[in-house]
Design a protein around this ligand. Structure first.
Ligand code: ATP
Length: 320
């Protein structure tokens, strides 16, 4: 097996008497995307900060290796091998895109000519060449995020930590960012991604881990995680309260939502189950205004594993 790009065992971190990480184990193979999911405050940023040497883990933590280097003794080598793009951008709005890039080139001790060439190449690659000479403060959110990643890439890191890289971006910018991440991985880079968007993890990640109560509550491919939960259901929506009440009486076993007049019934979504449900509704003389079939997705996994903590997501329901 190839050497993992990132491995951490028994990662622990407390602030005072608040335990944030209570023994986190992670292994990320080289050239893959690993996504760490978790509700707000679960400790995702804390994991990224520890793995990227920005803060230290508690002394009773287990060993961590990044790019083959020991976090305890070779932090400097790790800093040379990684790139980090945090939730709070490193972009300086008062100077231009090019100037931001050249600052990074200086930090990486690139010569003047090489620095200029790398900056121009990356600005071009991230579709920022046209605005390269404008102050970064004039950029849109998506452009700033692209510049941030371009700056991270100046040192050609083989391992990149992206902490919620698409939070706050519109759908088009988010898709552009996904494309950028895919291209990085095609080039052999390992990506450690935190996100609150389950759809993002589903799209990009080879493996996903759900962080909850300081430990990894589940880990696997998106498909493996989806198999963990029995999330399949049919949802019936009504506009007529009387029809809704009749359905609740006839189909007592479901989960009701009196506010939206909808009823959720466990179902595998098969033709046989749907037919029997429709027959049942017909024989009870109940007509729903909308029937949707919902197959288990990462939302279900997340909700099942994290006590129903809500996160932003896009519905994967299929209207029938
Ligand atoms: N320097 C600090 N001192 C005290 N508590 C802290 C500190 N940094 C983080 N925490 C706490 O640790 C917990 C985890 O924070 P962290 O930022 O890692 O969560 P997160 O999963 O990244 O959340 P989000 O999705 O909101 O960014 C939070 O309860 C936070 O308040």
């Amino acid at each position: 097996m190839p050497r993992p790009a990132i491995s951490a065992h028994g990662l622990r971190k407390s602030y005072g008497d608040r335990t944030v990480l209570d023994g986190v184990d992670l292994t990320v193979p080289e050239g893959t995307v690993f996504s760490l999911l978790g509700p707000n405050g679960a400790g995702k940023t804390t994991v990224v900060k520890i793995l990227s040497t920005l803060i230290s883990a508690d002394p009773d933590s287990g060993p961590v290796h990044i790019g083959g280097h020991d976090l305890g003794t070779e932090a400097q080598a790790i800093r040379g091998a990684i790139g980090v793009t945090g939730q709070f951008s490193a972009v300086d709005g008062l100077i231009t895109g090019t100037e931001n890039m050249l600052l990074m080139a200086d930090l990486h001790h690139l010569g003047k000519r090489e620095g200029r060439a790398v900056a121009a190449e990356l600005l071009e690659r991230f579709d920022l060449a046209d605005v390269a000479d404008k102050p970064a403060a004039t950029y849109s959110g998506g452009m700033k995020r692209r510049l941030d990643i371009a700056m991270t890439l100046v040192g050609s890191p083989r391992i990149i930590f992206l902490d919620e890289p698409t939070t706050g971006l519109d759908p088009r910018s988010r898709h552009t960012m996904w494309q950028i991440i895919r291209e990085l991985v095609t080039g052999g880079v390992t990506v450690f991604l935190t996100t609150q968007y389950l759809e993002e993890a589903d799209e990009l990640a080879d493996r996903i881990a759900v962080l909850h109560h300081g430990t990894i509550a589940a880990e696997g491919t998106a498909e493996e995680l989806k198999r963990l939960v029995p999330g399949g259901h049919v949802r019936l929506r009504f506009t007529d309260p009387a029809a809704y009440r009749a359905a609740v009486t006839a189909l007592g076993e479901g989960t009701r939502d009196d506010e939206s007049l909808s009823l959720r019934l466990p179902s595998d979504g098969s033709q046989r189950e749907l037919r029997s449900l429709l027959d049942w509704l017909d024989s009870a003389g109940v007509e729903a205004d909308e029937l949707t079939v919902h197959t288990p997705d990462l939302d279900d996994v997340f909700l099942a594993l994290t006590d129903g903590t809500r996160v932003p997501h896009q519905s994967k329901e299929t209207a029938r």
